[in-house]
Write a protein that binds this ligand. Structure first.
Ligand code: NAP
Length: 251
């Protein structure tokens, strides 16, 4: 890395476990300060103990409709010099939507956490971030944003939504001549609690984190990571084949 992260303040959702935690550790090692958001206070306290004053944690449930505005206000009031947002927190459920049951609550919660909250935080923070040099918004998605699998329909829909939103937000920022890189990081299966019990060959979380941060530093609009690069090629050659492969994938 080139010193891009040194002295930078980074708002990172889902900073306590998995890929988010690995990003937090790498960012602090690079001299950044991480503004970490998660629900579990003990885990946030643990991050502060390990990373010291370079980690400031905020207990917040992104599934609560009031919370995105609270996160934005916290940044504005306490960390106005923040210049990077990484929308990383997400959940994945495995509902059988064809079972005739009522799935309203589960759909609403997953869409709030994975799609509505990151869209609201990105939109509200956009002008503030863009006022600082080297600003970035990084939205973490998945190969499942490109082609969905069978057993996580809500998750796949939210990631496809984030993929579309990231592109449109980039267009609008360009039209408004805002100086900010708006990036989508597409991940393959990564070894974290989110994918526990799923695919056998998974990327390690620190490797995924490093790839996201390198792509963000370079300001790449789309950061295709690991096996998602192969998926991109397959989708170009034969979308039908790509969808067939992803339909039953354990990721
Ligand atoms: N793991 C994979 O195979 C994989 C593949 C492709 C894409 N991704 C993407 O990578 C990102 C990180 O996933 P991961 O695998 O690292 O997940 P993870 O290990 O389950 O960690 C999720 C993080 O998000 C936080 N979080 C979850 N729900 C939240 C809520 N309602 N409000 C605030 N924070 C919340 C969690 O902390 P608390 O529980 O304390 O809130 C935790 O810090 C996600 O966007 C995911 O979609 C993962």
């Amino acid at each position: 890395m080139t010193g891009y992260w040194t002295g930078r303040k980074v708002l990172l959702t889902g900073a306590t476990r998995g890929i988010g935690r690995a990003m937090a550790e790498q960012l602090v090692a690079e001299g950044a300060t991480v503004l970490g958001v998660a629900r579990n206070v003990a885990a946030l306290d643990g991050m502060t103990r390990r990373l010291g004053s370079r980690f400031d944690g905020l207990e917040a449930d992104l599934g609560d409709p009031e919370i995105p505005r609270g996160v934005v206000n916290w940044v504005a009031d306490v960390h106005p010099d923040c210049s990077v947002l990484i929308n990383n927190a997400a959940v994945m459920s495995y509902p059988l939507l064809a079972d005739g049951g009522n799935h309203d609550a589960g759909i609403e919660e997953e869409v709030r956490i994975n799609l509505i909250a990151p869209m609201q935080i990105a939109t509200a923070l956009l002008p503030r971030l863009a006022a600082r040099s080297g600003a970035r918004i990084v939205n973490v998605t998945s190969g499942l944003a490109v082609a969905p699998k069978t057993d996580a329909p809500i998750y796949c829909a939210t990631k496809a939504g984030m993929r579309s939103f990231t592109r449109s937000l980039r267009y609008q920022a360009e039209d408004a001549e805002l100086r900010i890189g708006i990036c989508e990081a597409l991940l393959p299966a990564v070894n974290t609690s989110l994918s526990r019990g799923r695919a056998e060959r998974k990327m390690a979380a620190p490797e995924a984190a490093a790839a996201i941060l390198a792509g963000a530093e370079a300001g790449r609009p789309e950061i295709w990571i690991g096996k998602t690069r192969l998926l991109r090629k397959v989708m170009r050659l034969s979308p039908a084949l790509g969808h067939l492969i992803m339909r039953r994938i354990e990721a």
